[in-house]
Ligand binder design. Structure first.
Ligand code: SAH
Length: 517
């Protein structure tokens, strides 16, 4: 007989993918099948192993009970086929989430199961919107109430005459379609019209929105502001603590959706930095880094490294590609021997450090001319008059650096280490959609090539599409490239690094809060 699998009911947390538990992450990495709901953040699926079956089983219209039957059947069949099934649910799997029903079905089918708790949406509203459910002197009791009850139940099991005043803080789930009647019921059963009330939508995500108003006014204001599901409706004196507790929606880039146009493996740290400042980073590489047209030239340079007096790197990609080429040839960092190693820019230096190499020269200015001067003076300090210089870099790049070195009498071998390619069709469509439909507020350019690639990708109406968003650039050269294409760049970093770019964006948007109250 087939070995029995297992079903894990895992809480995905309230929204922000980083709020998944370690146990949840571990199980996602082991799952053969992941069945996930609508409120589960898509990034969580990145934790699944390659080849895992990822299945959306959330609402898509249709009969909820038929859908639930299909989910139940699927869990049972997959577990019986020996598979590890992760049933991923928003927030906690046992809080207003049919977790209990699913467990009953599994138990009846003798399928082993385990439950992994998740951060609930009220916890997220407390932490990220400052709507804490309790406070020693203001509220010592909290009621969780769902406004949408089981359709199998009679009209309403809630006894509002008791619930309205039964706890000092009321947290109402799934109530956005009934706000008027909920508020009216609460007032009719004794809550003062002036009771502080709040709505928190998309808690913990950069698109979080909050509204605070007296109970009698909140429904109308929520409509006016367009607040909809998923949101929590909280009533109680604790709402007044929000101004003291909030920190998330006052971050400098809160609510901004920022397009990061770097190759995916480099986008990570920049995205993370933007998120720390409250932004939603939309990672979409506008270029792809691939092998150069003649990879054998790079291999040869890696083999002959010993014959060079200096090696200059102008990008982190150049470092990675060249060190990989050395590795493929069975070598390591010792091949650099006594050669002078220069890194143009702190990020290039960091990439070298990651591979165990401390650059001898890191010019304080990263532009071609100034960088060339720094390298030249380092060479002359070593007394190397006619140096053999290796420059592994992008196939197409600015010529200033090699030209200046040659003028000074050195011999420079420029060896293409990688090529930047335009994005494929999928990315193309996605990019157009993001820019055209207001999917992003800010587009960042981290090099001249990201500008020209994006411009080309967007096609004829590139200029008009990009005029709808705020353009931010890593430095004056990149900005000049954009301006030559007729674009208006609103933000140019004064320190030419992604950190500098993040800081420039923060300064541009200031500490203004993007609040709906
Ligand atoms: N199991 C979930 C609740 C599921 S019921 C939990 O533990 O939180 C679905 C309801 O939860 C939504 O209608 C909304 O009221 C609330 N909800 C879920 N995620 C939310 C979020 N990020 N922000 C605000 N409310 C949320």
């Amino acid at each position: 007989m087939q070995r029995m699998g297992k079903v894990f009911l895992v809480g995905a947390g309230p929204g922000d993918p980083r709020l998944l538990t370690l146990r949840g992450r571990e199980l996602l990495g082991r799952a053969d099948v992941v069945l996930y709901d609508a409120l589960v953040h898509p990034e969580l699926l990145d934790f699944a192993q390659a080849g895992a079956e990822l299945s959306f089983v959330g609402k898509r219209g249709g009969q909820p009970s038929a859908r639930q039957t299909r989910i139940n059947q699927r869990m049972i069949n997959d577990a019986r086929a020996g598979k590890i099934v992760v049933r991923l649910k928003g927030g906690d799997p046992l809080l207003f989430a049919r977790g209990t029903e699913e467990i009953r079905v599994l138990r009846a089918a003798k399928v082993p199961f385990e439950v992994v708790p998740g951060v609930t949406s009220p916890s997220a509203a407390a932490a990220y919107a400052g709507i804490a459910p309790s406070h020693r002197s203001i509220s010592s009791s909290v009621a969780y109430i769902t406004a949408t009850e089981s359709p199998e139940k009679d009209a309403s099991a809630h006894d509002w005459s008791k619930l309205a005043m039964g706890a000092q803080t009321l947290v109402i789930f799934m109530g956005m379609r009934k706000l008027e009647s909920l508020a009216a019921l609460l007032i009719a059963h004794g809550r003062p019209e002036t009771s502080p009330a709040a709505i928190v939508q998309w808690a913990s995500l950069p698109k979080q929105r909050s509204l605070v108003a007296p109970l009698s006014e909140i429904a109308e204001l929520a409509r006016a502001e367009g607040l909809t599901s998923p949101a929590l409706f909280v009533v109680g004196e604790v709402v007044a603590l929000r101004d003291e507790l909030r920190w998330f929606d006052t971050l400098p880039l809160f609510g901004q959706r920022v397009l990061v146009t770097r190759p995916r493996h480099q986008a990570r740290s920049f995205s993370q930095r933007l998120r720390e400042a409250g932004a939603e980073s939309v990672e979409l590489p506008s270029i792809r880094i691939v092998d150069p047209a003649e990879p054998e030239r790079l291999s040869r340079a890696a083999q002959e490294l010993g014959s060079y007096d200096a090696v200059l790197f102008t990008s982190a990609n150049g470092v990675t590609r060249f060190l990989d080429a050395i590795g493929k040839d069975g070598g390591d960092a010792r091949r650099f021997g006594h050669a002078l190693v220069a890194a143009i820019g702190p990020q290039t230096a960091a990439a070298l450090r990651e591979r165990g190499i401390e650059a001898d020269v890191v010019p304080s200015e990263y532009r071609g001319e100034a960088a060339a001067e720094a390298v030249l003076s380092a060479l002359s300090a070593r007394g190397t008059a006619k140096a053999r210089v290796l420059l592994p870099r992008a196939e197409v790049a600015r010529e200033v650096l090699p030209e200046r070195l040659r003028e000074a009498g050195h011999q420079v071998d420029v060896v293409p280490a990688y090529r930047t390619l335009p994005p494929d069709e999928v990315m193309r469509d996605e990019l157009r959609r993001l820019c055209a439909e207001g999917g992003v507020d800010v587009v960042t350019f981290t090099s001249s090539s990201t500008v020209s690639q994006l411009f080309e990708t967007l096609g004829d109406d590139a200029a008009s599409l990009l005029s709808k968003v705020t353009l931010a650039s890593i430095g004056p050269i990149t900005t000049a490239t954009a301006e030559r294409l007729g674009l208006t760049v609103a933000v140019t970093a004064t320190e030419y690094t992604t950190e500098g770019l993040a800081q420039a964006l923060e300064a541009h948007y200031g500490a203004a809060s993007h609040e709906s109250e």
